[in-house]
Every structure is written in structure tokens, then in C-alpha cells.
Ligand binder design. Structure first.
Ligand code: NAD
Ligand code: MLT
Length: 545
């Protein structure tokens, strides 16, 4: 490649020399290092480059990408891509990739360092020594062996922290919506079904989840009160998972024994009120800052960039799919069906899933079904992972111990193509089948053993009942009184005759609250009523739109 066709890459944060050396050696790439950019300056620079490599320092906002016609890829040397506006990048056709595993161990070690440092007053004892005092009494600490650690989020880092805590003789209690009983047993972790169930029992609590709407302020004032007196809290994941004000209040009241943070809601952060308080140990986002992790993520990030700019290969993408345009056009609406089925089955099952079986029938038996499996997986775990998309979702499922089995069956009895799926875990199995009516209308045609014909659209209410007269009217009246309009309705039963078990599936214009669902199940012929939330019919996930 001659000089004029070379791709241009900008490195926006400091990355390890080993990564820079690879960029230097790439003969089809020119690169510049420009750190500390923001605002108009960042926007102007980004407009001149084909690729950008960063860590978490630079904030690549929608404004900084606005009107950018040149940038093709952003690679994050690290895990969290919350400093990059992914919807804005996607809209501009910019691939965002990350390096998820390179800093796992370093971050787990940092969480342990904070846990131990907090327990043994390492930082204040050093300060006191520096000030010329020999105070052994004041800094008496607590032993961690025999204590209980609560871990919220048992992905890559959470699992490594658990293993290390166990090696220190701690008992570990864990919560992660995707942790099955079996996997918890393998990890030697006592699993709880809800965060609040572990709070009264833990001496230490550590969080290792992404920052999502569900995890923002996950531990706030009420949760702090439920914690054991003297509990110590650690956060090496993302600022905002603990409510900062609740931490301050918990320390002031003496209910919390200590707080250790590596991450903050707004970074860089130098004026958090916690920094002035006793029993607090804080570091400036150092979890991944080891020589080893930085070399690993820098090399991986640069490899991703070089491969993408040289061959178009996309790996570890967090905002796009790896399909070529022709295949995407052919499969787009089937991918939508598969994604909706994943969303539906994760809610219909409602618990931890460790096995999925997918069968592609009719015409779909003839295509490469990997992207359909990925679309299903993206639906299945979309509500717990902010990274899940068609590129990475199957890997994320497998990393969480979910076994995925796919089969193809060219027979098509009723529909020219159909996707049948079942999910199981913790002794519960749920299944469904979906198809396309016409070219682009996703329909649910089976739910468990019931045949149905339901629009896979918006809020569904599913009620399991005995097939006796009056049930539909009863449900309709209660929804009507609650101001909930029914858009569509389907009923299905297992046998030909009335009096057996049946299912009703309603498409509601707005969702029914818990109170209405409770009233519905007060009828003794109705065994259950559940809400399943699906995207509205034309609403496609970011990676499919
Ligand atoms: P991961 O995706 O492997 O694991 C995250 C886990 O959180 C998953 O198992 C997921 O099921 C779980 N989860 C999601 N929502 C949840 C919820 N509401 N309640 C409980 N669990 C939930 O990610 P990882 O690599 O282990 O990283 C974890 C976090 O650490 C991320 O926020 C990442 O950005 C951060 N991180 C920080 C540093 C640092 O320098 N401090 C370094 C690396 C990663
Ligand atoms: C990450 O998400 O990888 C970490 O926060 C580490 C970093 O920002 O370098």
C-alpha cells in the first residue's frame, strides 16, 4: 500500500508501548497520539482519521462524532465502552470494538487489594507513620478469613474475585440473574435470588456489573440500612452502582464499617465528600492499570484496528453485526423473530437459564443459522448486559454457562419457515415457536404446548387458565376498568375439547400493573397471568436497524 492509501489512526489515551509498536509496524497505517482532547478540538481531530483507539479517559460523545464522514472504527483498549456514544457511532456506521478479557485478573486483584487494605487500615496507618506516630492500637483491623463476601455480578471479574476471596478463607454469597444453581455450586458460591436477600449476611460487598439502568444506585439508602452493622463496601466496576450519598450517610451514622472505591460517577474525580472521611480507601480508576493488563489490552486493541482497516474483519464489536449486506437483507426479519423470541423466553422463563435448544425449520434449515442464534441470544440476555448484540451475545451466553444447542429440520408442515426454541434452568423449562407471516410480520405460533397466533409486538399478557366459559370477558373487564386497552387477542388450548387447560395471549396498548394481575388470578380458573415486554413491531435493535 503506498503512502496516499494509508489509513489514519488516532490514539486518544495513553496505551502500552507494545501496542504502539504494532501500529508503527503496520505498513498500511499512519498514526498520531493526541491525548487529553475534548469538545470542538476532539471533534475536529476525529474528522481526520479512519480509526480511533482509546481507553476510558476520552469521552467520545454524539457531539464529537456529529457529521463525521471519515471515522470507521473506534477500539477501546479495555472493557467498558460507556465513554463512547454507541448509538451515535452506529448511526454513522462506525464499528465500536473492545477487549473484554485482557484486564479481568488485574481488576479482580485490585478489588482484593481494596478489600484487604480497608480491613487492615493500610493507607491511614501509613499516613500516621509518615506524620511520626507509632499508633498500633488505633489501626487494629479485622481478619477476612471466616467472613462473608457478597458479590453482585458474577461475570469475568466477579468470578475471579470470588475465587480469590475463597482462597483467603471467606464464604462467598453471589447474585447474578444469569447464575444458575449448578454453576454457583461449581464456583462454590451460595446463590441468592435477589440482592436484598444477601444484605443482612455479608461483612463485605463487592459489585462487578456494568452500569445499566437496573444497576444504577443498586445500593442506596434502604439497602445500606439492610446491610449488617459494620459492613464494608467495595466498587471496582463503575461509579454510580452505589449511591454516593447513601455511602456518606452510612459512614456518618457508623452503620457502614468502610468504603473502598476505584470508580466514580463522574471521572476524573478529585472532590468526592468520601475522600475526606475516615474508613474510606479510594484509588483513581486503577483496576486495569497493571503493566500486564495494559500490554494485553493495547496489543489486542491495535490488532482489532489493523484487521478491521485491512480486511474489514469485525471481532469483539459492541454495536454491530458481522453479516455481509446481502445475507443481512435476506435474514433481517427472521433475525427480528429470533431476537423477539429470546426476549420473550427470558421473561417467560423468569429465572436463571443454563440450556437453550433452537431448531430452524423449513427454509431456515438451509441457511447458516449462526446469526439467528446470536440474535436469539442477544434477546435472551439483552436486559442484563449493556454489551449484548448479535456479534457477542452467543459468546456472552456461553461465558455465563448457558449451553446452546442448534438443529436444522428441513421439514415444514404448516409454515415455510419456523424457529422453535426452548430454554431451561433451575428445573423450569419453557418453549415457543415463531415465524414470519408474509415477509415481515413476526408471529408467535406456539407457547409451551399451546398453539397460538400472536403478534410479537409490545406488551403481551399471557394467562394460563382452565378452558371454561366467561374467562375472556372476566379478564377483559378487569383490564377495561384499569384503562388498559386490548389491541389483539389469541387463545390456544392443548386438546380439541373445552374444559382442559388453555392459554390466552393479549397484546395490550399499555402494560397492566401488579394489582390488575393479582385481581385476574383471583379467579380460580386462572392459574397465572404474566406480562412479557417486547419491542413495538417496527422497533429493531440498534444492530439490526
Ligand atoms: P462481565 O460482562 O463479564 O460481567 C458482568 C456481570 O454482571 C454479568 O455476569 C451479568 O450477568 C451481571 N449483571 C448484569 N446486570 C446485573 C444486575 N442487575 N445484577 C447482578 N448482576 C448483573 O463484565 P466484567 O468484565 O466482569 O466487568 C465487570 C465491570 O467491571 C464492568 O462494569 C467493567 O466496565 C468494569 N471494569 C472496571 C475496571 C477498572 O479499572 N476498575 C476494569 C475492567 C472492568
Ligand atoms: C475497563 O472498563 O476496561 C476499565 O475501566 C479499565 C480502563 O478504563 O482502562
Amino acid at each position: 500500500m503506498n503512502q496516499s492509501t494509508k489509513a489514519r489512526v488516532i490514539v486518544l489515551d495513553n496505551i502500552a508501548e507494545e501496542g504502539l509498536a504494532k501500529l508503527k509496524a503496520a505498513d498500511n497505517i499512519d498514526f498520531d497520539i493526541k491525548t487529553g482532547l475534548k469538545g470542538e478540538e476532539l471533534k475536529a481531530e476525529l474528522a481526520n482519521y479512519d480509526g480511533a483507539v482509546c481507553r476510558s479517559g476520552v469521552k467520545i460523545t454524539a457531539e464529537s462524532l456529529e457529521g463525521n464522514k471519515k471515522l470507521k472504527a473506534i477500539v477501546r483498549a479495555g472493557v467498558g465502552t460507556d465513554n463512547i456514544d454507541k448509538p451515535a457511532a452506529t448511526r454513522l456506521g462506525i464499528v465500536v470494538m473492545n477487549t473484554p478479557a485482557g484486564n479481568t485478573v488485574s481488576t479482580a486483584e485490585h478489588a482484593m487489594a481494596l478489600l484487604l487494605g480497608l480491613s487492615r487500615n493500610v493507607a491511614p496507618a501509613m499516613e500516621s507513620l509518615k506524620a511520626g506516630r507509632w499508633d498500633r492500637k488505633k489501626f487494629q483491623g479485622s481478619q477476612v478469613a471466616g467472613k462473608t463476601l457478597g458479590v453482585i455480578g458474577l461475570g469475568r471479574i466477579g468470578q475471579e474475585v470470588s475465587a480469590r476471596a475463597k482462597a483467603f478463607g471467606m464464604k462467598v454469597i453471589g447474585y447474578d440473574p444469569f447464575l444458575t444453581g449448578e454453576r454457583a455450586k461449581e464456583l462454590g458460591i451460595a446463590k441468592v435470588e435477589e440482592v436484598k436477600n444477601m444484605l443482612p449476611d455479608v461483612d463485605y460487598l463487592t459489585v462487578h456489573t456494568p452500569l445499566t439502568p437496573e444497576t444504577t444506585n443498586l445500593i442506596s439508602h434502604d439497602e445500606v440500612k439492610q446491610l449488617k452493622q459494620g459492613a464494608r463496601l467495595i466498587n471496582c466496576a463503575r461509579g454510580g452502582i452505589y449511591d454516593n450519598e447513601a455511602l456518606v450517610a452510612g459512614l456518618e451514622s457508623g452503620h457502614l464499617g468502610g468504603v473502598a472505591l476505584d470508580v466514580y460517577p463522574d471521572e476524573p474525580c478529585t472532590d468526592n465528600p468520601l475522600f475526606q472521611m475516615d474508613n474510606v480507601l479510594c484509588t483513581p480508576h486503577l483496576g486495569a492499570s497493571t503493566d500486564e493488563a495494559q500490554v494485553e489490552v493495547a496489543i489486542e486493541a491495535v490488532d482489532l484496528m489493523i484487521n478491521y482497516l485491512s480486511t474489514g474483519e469485525i471481532r469483539s464489536a459492541v454495536n454491530t453485526i458481522s453479516l455481509d449486506p446481502k445475507t443481512l437483507n435476506k435474514l433481517r426479519h427472521h433475525l427480528d423473530v429470533a431476537h423477539r423470541m429470546g426476549r420473550l423466553l427470558s421473561q417467560w422463563h423468569g429465572g436463571a437459564i443454563d440450556h437453550c435448544a433452537l431448531e430452524f425449520q423449513g427454509e431456515l434449515a438451509e441457511v447458516d443459522s449462526r446469526s439467528l442464534v446470536s440474535a436469539f441470544c442477544a434477546g435472551l440476555i439483552g436486559h442484563i448486559s449493556d454489551e449484548a448484540n448479535i456479534i457477542n451475545s452467543e459468546m456472552l451466553c456461553r461465558e455465563r454457562g448457558i449451553e446452546i444447542v442448534r438443529t436444522a429440520n428441513p421439514d415444514h408442515s404448516t409454515f415455510s419457515s419456523m424457529i422453535s426454541a426452548s430454554v431451561s434452568g433451575d428445573g423450569v423449562k419453557r418453549s415457543a415457536a415463531g415465524t414470519l407471516f408474509g415477509k415481515n410480520m413476526p408471529r408467535l405460533v406456539k407457547l409451551d404446548e399451546y398453539q397460538t397466533e400472536t403478534f410479537m409486538d409490545g406488551n403481551l399478557m399471557v394467562f394460563d387458565h382452565t378452558d371454561v366459559p366467561g374467562i375472556i370477558g372476566y379478564v377483559g373487564n378487569l383490564l377495561g376498568e384499569a384503562g388498559v386497552n386490548i389491541g389483539q387477542m389469541a387463545v390456544g388450548r392443548c386438546s380439541e375439547n373445552s374444559g382442559g387447560r388453555a392459554i390466552g395471549v393479549l397484546n395490550l396498548d399499555s402494560t397492566a400493573n401488579e394489582e390488575v394481575l393479582k385481581q385476574i388470578t383471583e379467579n380460580e380458573a386462572i392459574q397465572s397471568a404474566d406480562i412479557i415486554k417486547l419491542p413495538a413491531i417496527k422497533e429493531l435493535p440498534e444492530w439490526l436497524s
